[in-house]
Design a protein around this ligand. Structure first.
Ligand SMILES: Nc1ncnc2c1ncn2[C@@H]1O[C@H](COP(=O)(O)OP(=O)(O)OP(=O)(O)O)[C@@H](O)[C@H]1O
Ligand SMILES: [Mg+2]
Length: 264
């Protein structure tokens, strides 16, 4: 499947509760070119998850539009062009890692699809570095391994777009660094368009082609930064003076602007 781009135009999201209404997103417009890795960076409560859910067709915006590959987002959802990865892996506890990755394809494919679904699942587990862990149950996996399984599960459906909502937020710093490198590896071997949500400045700079910086009340994009660091990105990238400069710039904008909840 060829890479597919995303266009978000004038998205507003208003939540109503009793007498009150809260504008959670105001006039959000952004483009994600096909095959790129883009992050939404901002403090807690600025609407990152809400925006991701709107892009993924899980929520309808109050106004504005999202198109994917030039067509309405709902069509992309129906065509299973969108894969989702959340902060918690949410694996089925009674199924093995392999079965967790293959079961959706088994259901979609119907009778006779099991063999092909299992083969795809094995390939995806290999891709995320868990080729040997297929028979393990979720309770036998570390947090990082479980999150890899959930990435493999999303990839098994071969979506053009991967939406990732703080997928590594619950992991320790060392595992998180490894997962970031591993994600870039996987991305370079596929042609996915990735929208990645984080409130870690370093994670955003390390991963991204482009960073959309958000602020809260109302949630909106306040800056879009193109990260011109060479790829592949490695441990050496962290010492690149440009990396340090991007980090400083973002920290000044976010934390210096007295916005809490964004970590360096
Ligand atoms: N279904 C909902 N109904 C009402 N309000 C909601 C709903 N979902 C989110 N909100 C509100 O919208 C705002 C943005 O929430 P959202 O989860 O998008 O933030 P976020 O940037 O993802 O934060 P975090 O970094 O903590 O995950 C918050 O004030 C939240 O309370
Ligand atoms: Mg969130």
């Amino acid at each position: 499947m060829s890479a597919t781009g995303i266009s978000v135009r004038g998205v507003e999201m208003v939540f109503h509760r009793k007498q009150e209404s809260q504008v959670v997103l105001r006039d959000v417009t952004l483009d994600v070119a096909a095959g790129r890795l883009v992050t939404l960076l901002g403090p807690s409560g600025c609407g990152k998850s809400t925006l991701l859910k709107i892009v993924g067709g899980l929520l309808a915006p109050t106004s504005g539009s999202v198109t994917i590959g030039g067509r309405p987002a709902e069509e992309a959802v129906k065509a299973r062009q969108i894969g989702l990865v959340f902060q918690r892996p949410a694996l089925l506890p009674w199924k093995s890692a392999l079965a967790n990755v293959s079961f959706l394809n088994e259901i979609i494919g119907g009778r006779g699809a099991k063999g092909a679904a299992r083969t795809t699942a094995e390939r995806m587990l290999d891709l995320v570095g868990l080729g040997d862990a297929g028979t393990k149950l979720p309770e036998e996996l570390s947090g990082g391994m479980a999150q890899r399984v959930s990435i493999a599960r999303a990839l098994a459906l071969d979506p053009a777009i991967l939406l990732m909502d703080e997928p590594f937020g619950a992991l320790d710093a060392i595992t998180r660094d490894r997962m970031n490198s591993s994600l870039l590896d996987i991305w370079s071997q596929t042609d996915k368009t990735i929208v990645f949500v984080t409130h870690s400045i370093a994670e955003a700079v390390f991963l991204s082609d482009e960073i959309h910086v958000m602020e809260a009340n109302p949630g909106r994009i306040v800056e879009t930064l193109t990260v011109e660091l060479p790829r592949p990105r490695t441990a050496a990238t962290l010492d690149d003076p440009r990396f340090v400069e991007y980090e400083r710039h973002l920290r000044q904008g976010l934390v210096g602007g007295a916005i809490e909840g964004v970590t360096a």
